[in-house]
Design a protein around this ligand. Structure first.
Ligand SMILES: [Zn+2]
Length: 302
C-alpha cells in the first residue's frame, strides 16, 4: 500500500483582529485580563502554509510579523546565510493589519507578493512606502491559480467575498469585487482544501459554496454579535457595515458543516469579542457547535 501523502502544514501566526490582544490603547476587561496573564495574548492576523515543513508561504503580513517569525524557527534564515525559506506572501485585502507587515519584511525581497490587481494598485497608489516592494509584486485575478510552493503541490486561488474598502482607503478608492478576497488552497497530493477567510461581510452563496468544499476553514470571528461595538460605543457601525459577519450568524451554518467532519476555526477575533474568554457563555456556544477559536502558534496538518 502506498504511504499516505505528506500533509499540508499550517501555522497560525496571529489570531487577533487588528490591534491585537491586549490592544495598546484599550482598557476593556479582556485587554486588562490579557495584561494580567489571565487570557492568552493574541497577535495580529496571519497564517503560514507549507507543503513540506521546509519552505513556507504567508497569507497576509501583519504588523506583528517580526515577532511572529521570531517565534517560529521553521522560518528562520539558514545559519550563516540570508536564505529565508519564504516563497510567497499572499494578501487577501489591503487592510493595514494584513499589509503593514510587508513593510516590516522589506529587506532583500527574496519572496514574492501576490494579490489581486485592485489590492496592489490601492496599496501602491495610496501608500507610498509599499512602492518599495513593487518589483516583487505579482497580481492574480479571482480564481486564477498560483503555486505557493516550488514543487507545485499547493495551488492557491483568491476568490471574492462580500467586503468593504479598508478604512484607510475610504474616500480614496471605491469598492470593487477584487477588494476583498478569501483564499482557497488545494493540495494536489491529497485533494484536500483549506479556506482562509478572515474578513467576510456576509456569507453569500459563493462563500458558502467554498466553505462547503473546504476540509479545513478559518473564518471571520471578528465580532460575536452584530451590535457588539454599538453597545459600548453608541453610534458605532454594526458588524456587517465593518465588513464582518458576526459569529452568531455564521455559527449555525458552520455547525451543520462541522457535524460532517470538517474543521472550522474562528480567527481575526477582535478584543471586543466575549468569546475570547474561554469561560464565557459565547465561547461555550462555539464549542457546543463543534467549532474552535484559533490561537497564536497553533499548528495543524491537513
Ligand atoms: Zn480591549
Amino acid at each position: 500500500m502506498a504511504p499516505p501523502p505528506e500533509p499540508m502544514r499550517i501555522r497560525v501566526l496571529g489570531s487577533s483582529a487588528g490591534g491585537g490582544l491586549p490592544q495598546w490603547n484599550c482598557g476593556c476587561v479582556r485587554c486588562v485580563r490579557a495584561r494580567a496573564g489571565e487570557l492568552a495574548p493574541r497577535s495580529q492576523p496571519a497564517i503560514a502554509l507549507s507543503a513540506d515543513g521546509a519552505r513556507w508561504s504567508l497569507v497576509n503580513a501583519s504588523p506583528d510579523v517580526r515577532e511572529q517569525l521570531a517565534r517560529f524557527p521553521a522560518l528562520y534564515p539558514r545559519p550563516g546565510t540570508r536564505d529565508l525559506p519564504l516563497d510567497t506572501v499572499v494578501l487577501t485585502n489591503a487592510d493595514l493589519d494584513h499589509a503593514l507587515g510587508l513593510l516590516v519584511l522589506r529587506e532583500a525581497l527574496p519572496h514574492r507578493i501576490v494579490s489581486t490587481p485592485w489590492v496592489r494598485d490601492a496599496l501602491l497608489e495610496h501608500g507610498a512606502p509599499w512602492r518599495l516592494l513593487e518589483r516583487a509584486w505579482g497580481v492574480v485575478k479571482a480564481d486564477q491559480p498560483v503555486a505557493l510552493d516550488r514543487d507545485g503541490h499547493l495551488e492557491a486561488r483568491l476568490f471574492p467575498v462580500p467586503g468593504k474598502v479598508p478604512s484607510w482607503l475610504a474616500g480614496l478608492a471605491s469598492n470593487h469585487p477584487e477588494a476583498t478576497s478569501a483564499l482557497r488552497v488545494s493540495d494536489a497530493r491529497s485533494g484536500r482544501r483549506l479556506v482562509y477567510a478572515p474578513g467576510v461581510a456576509r456569507l453569500d452563496a459563493g462563500t458558502l459554496a467554498e466553505l462547503e468544499a473546504a476540509d479545513l476553514g478559518f473564518v471571520d470571528g471578528t465580532f460575536f454579535s452584530a451590535d457588539e461595538l454599538s453597545r459600548t460605543r453608541p453610534g458605532a457601525p454594526d458588524a456587517h457595515a465593518m465588513g464582518h459577519v458576526p459569529i452568531e450568524e455564521s455559527l449555525p451554518v458552520l455547525a451543520e458543516r462541522a457535524s460532517r467532519g470538517r474543521r472550522f476555526f474562528y480567527t481575526h477575533v477582535n478584543n471586543t469579542n466575549p468569546a475570547l474568554d474561554p469561560d464565557s457563555p459565547e465561547a461555550a456556544r462555539v464549542r457546543r457547535a463543534g467549532l474552535e477559536i484559533a490561537s497564536d502558534g497553533m499548528e495543524l496538518e491537513l
